[in-house]
Design a protein around this ligand. Sequence first.
Ligand SMILES: Nc1nc2c(ncn2[C@@H]2O[C@H](COP(=O)(O)OP(=O)(O)OP(=O)(O)O)[C@@H](O)[C@H]2O)c(=O)[nH]1
Ligand SMILES: [Mg+2]
Length: 231
Amino acid sequence: MKHFQQDLQRPKKMATFRILILGDPGVGKTCVSNLLANSPMTPTRSSRTVSDSEWTVQVRLHQYTPILECPPLPMEGLEGPEEPEERPAASGTMHFVEIYDMNRAAKECPGDRKPLYRKMDGIVLVYNLQDMESQDNLHDWMYGPLLEISQQRKRKRLLNHYHVPILVVGTMLDRLPERPPNRRGAIAHQLGVEEILIDCLDPNALGKGTRNQGKVSHFLNRAVDWMRSLE
Ligand SMILES: Nc1nc2c(ncn2[C@@H]2O[C@H](COP(=O)(O)OP(=O)(O)OP(=O)(O)O)[C@@H](O)[C@H]2O)c(=O)[nH]1
Ligand SMILES: [Mg+2]
């Protein structure tokens, strides 16, 4: 009985899910990581940075809201059984989110990153809106991590139709003379995922109540679903 009471008083362990930031050098990955990790509880880089070696890892809290919408389109080449196997968390549950941003120096020393990739629950693909090649290159950036993540699912016999949640971010919006139109054929469209176009230097680019923030929350909620389905 005493143990039971102690258990009731002890706060439940908070789950952690992980987001991988990918893209060409200099496209704004670190700026995007800073915007994603910024919150009232983690307003400065030092308050949210838990590692700063090969990867900079920033952490913040995310309040989960279940997703009522349909899951995204399946992606070519990643096959699985018919039914998704998601076990959503309770609405309002708090989670830690770790945001992994590779440092430039680390790119020159290729270590075995496969074990890390397998732990990822979501991917943010970043490109520079002024440099369309940086968008094309995203296919190469995501290939290895996606392969590892789907292999992990196979190992755990947890295949489903849906790929790990992905969000595409186009940066340098402020440098364009006007907002680009929705481009069919762009990577976000090919993958059937959301895209946001931002000026990373605008601290309010993902501000509360904005459409961008809504898309980011939706993406993070899906990443929680993904993480939970592996438990
Ligand atoms: N004007 C403008 N500058 C930006 C934007 N995003 C990033 N920058 C600038 O672009 C430069 C590179 O940004 P980073 O966030 O360091 O890019 P990165 O992808 O992390 O670069 P590496 O880690 O070196 O590969 C910095 O000087 C940023 O201030 C943007 O949306 N608008
Ligand atoms: Mg960087």
